[in-house]
Design a protein. Sequence first.
Length: 291
Amino acid sequence: MPNVRAIPTLRRRRLGQIIRKYRNDAGVTLLSAANAMGWHESKLSRMETAVARLLPQDVAKLMSLYGVTDAGVIAALEGLAKDAGKRGWWQTYGDVVTLNYKDYLTLETDAESVHVFSPGAIPGLLQTGAYAREIIAATDITITPQQVAARAEVRKTRQAILTTRPEGRPLKLWAVIHEAALHQRFAGQPHLMRQQLRHLLDMTDLPNITIQVMPLVGTPHPGMLGIFQILRFPHPWPTVVHLENIRGGYFVEGTEDVKVFEGAFERVVAAALSVDDSRQLIKTLLERNRK
């Protein structure tokens, strides 16, 4: 039976990258690996470049060729091979969700934890619906009001990953938010920020969520250069960094580059208020907002 041509989804690209890495690490040529599997060389090449499917039942044999015996690694690869072509819930929103955003949502869905420094706004996973609509409308100046509403709905739907997750435990989120973002006000909506601050406090009660505030008066730190998010995954998947700007975002995946951002986040955490002091500051700002 001919191999079905696959859509090169992000999951399939990541699967292709890692099976190519294991082959190269083992010093096995593409031709010899394909011959051992009874495939044409081009078939394995297409799997490694994400334009052909790797079936879950072929994973263990392929890994055996490469000397990979870790049962956890093999199970993870089989799981990704099974889910590589799965469509995410966000696909129903069509072009409202950009290709880059779809890739990010795929990574977030698969991630074990996300660490984020947000200097200008509350992170998306912690936003109320009303706050999300205002922020999206203010920062994405190229979309219509209808698209703003749809993207805000996507953002709220994303947040289910913090409390319910069919395949495992909720996502672990560590967010460092600059205090300036907590002082925002919205014309004509005096209650909006009050609701957002109340929501932040409620989220700090969840055991999988850590929130720190970067004070207005504090020491310089790497986060001064802008927002970044570090997404970590179960072994064997490598950590990915996501950077955002006014036109969307992009990913950093090189090991050494990722280490730089991990070190930067450690410095950001050290410069921020403690978890308890951060919670107290949010409480204080909430009380002031009620006047």
